[in-house]
Design a binder for this molecule. Structure first.
Ligand code: PBG
Length: 334
């Protein structure tokens, strides 16, 4: 007679009885190579201005960016997302397109210092470059200014090609424009950058959790909000449609953003994508942990590693996070 599968024969606690056994059967393990560290760069030299709401994160100039990347690399973090804060803004965000633009310059400088030992992923968007702070150029829709989808696409392609020319390893369009992946793929291929992958911010929500980032990147919208292009936090099925469209357009990696309030979306994306899923543990998520830790209300190390593990367990194989350095240090320390 087989034993009925239930208590007292079955005791899940048996498998938790030893730390060595727990190590052996752990399903999700974080590695520093899972992380991409976002960094902010602006023109100048010797700049290292801490972002008040994001302790330990700085606006940097290309020279101090090299130092920052060197230090992260020593901890095992070797992939970086780059955001540029240009010297000048205009309604079209033209500073984003110049081969001597801040991100292009930063990529060349970092590449010169570290060669291919670091992986550089510029964020592809215009909100840091436009006077109005929206993610592209504007047009009139129903009597109000709105993002001009199709007119922005060629500019986005130009930005990506310019970054690829400067030596970007991958591009990551974040503007939630329809057709952006298709346009960028065609543009990169035509310019000879067939090997440069696209990580698309496929399911990016209109989220309150971007607050600290907009201070860091000096990119808040000067009027209105981003609800005509970023997604409604209430929608899940729509995220899967966005993911499917990006895959059809040739996305190599699909991203869900933010991460923590969207773990269900990460899981559902993982189930259909068939490509690596990235998740962006955004500035507001980071700031909450730092603020609570500074007050002594939570154990920062424990909570951070638990959060990052949850994002990976949900299905993300790449985690964009401002915790990358701390987490790599903690993981290295065992
Ligand atoms: C847009 C962009 C944003 C973030 C990454 N890319 C801001 C926004 O959409 O308003 C947010 C990242 C974060 O909060 O950490 N270029």
């Amino acid at each position: 007679m087989p034993t009925p599968a239930g208590f007292p024969t079955v005791r899940p606690r048996r498998m938790r009885s030893s730390p060595l056994l727990r190590d052996m059967i752990r399903e999700t393990v974080l590695r520093p190579s899972d992380f991409v560290l976002p960094l902010f760069v602006r023109p100048g030299t010797g700049i290292r201005t801490e972002i008040a709401s994001m302790p330990g994160n700085f606006q940097l100039s290309p020279d101090t960016l090299v130092d920052e990347i060197g230090a992260a690399k020593d901890l095992g973090v070797k992939s970086f997302m780059l955001f540029g804060i240009p010297a000048t803004k205009d309604p079209e965000g033209r500073a984003a397109l110049s081969d001597d633009g801040i991100v292009q310059t930063a990529i060349r400088t970092v590449r010169k210092a570290f060669g291919r030992d670091v992986y550089l992923i510029p964020d592809e968007c215009f909100c840091e470059y436009t006077t109005h702070g929206h993610c592209g150029i504007l047009c009139d829709v129903h009597g109000a200014l709105d993002l001009d989808n199709d007119a922005t696409l060629p500019l986005l392609v130009e930005q990506c090609v310019s970054h690829a020319k400067a030596g970007a390893d991958m591009v990551a369009p974040s503007g939630m424009l329809d057709g952006m992946v298709q346009a960028i793929r065609a543009g990169l291929d035509a310019a000879g950058f067939l090997h440069v992958p696209i990580m698309s911010y496929s399911a990016k929500y209109a989220s309150g959790f971007y607050g600290p980032f907009r201070d860091a990147a000096e990119s808040p919208p000067q009027f209105g909000d981003r609800t005509t292009y970023q997604m409604d936090p209430a929608n899940g099925d729509e995220a899967l449609r966005e993911v499917a469209l990006d895959l059809a357009e040739g996305a190599d990696i699909v991203m869900v953003k933010p991460a923590l309030s969207y773990l269900d979306i990460i899981r559902r994306t993982k189930e259909i994508a068939g490509v690596p899923v990235a998740a962006y543990n955004v500035s507001g998520e980071f700031a909450m942990v730092k603020a609570a830790a500074a007050n002594g209300w939570i154990d920062e190390r424990r909570v951070t590693l638990e959060i990052l593990t949850s994002i990976k367990r949900a299905g993300a194989s790449i985690i964009l996070t401002y915790h990358a350095r701390d987490a790599a240090r903690w993981l290295g320390a065992g």
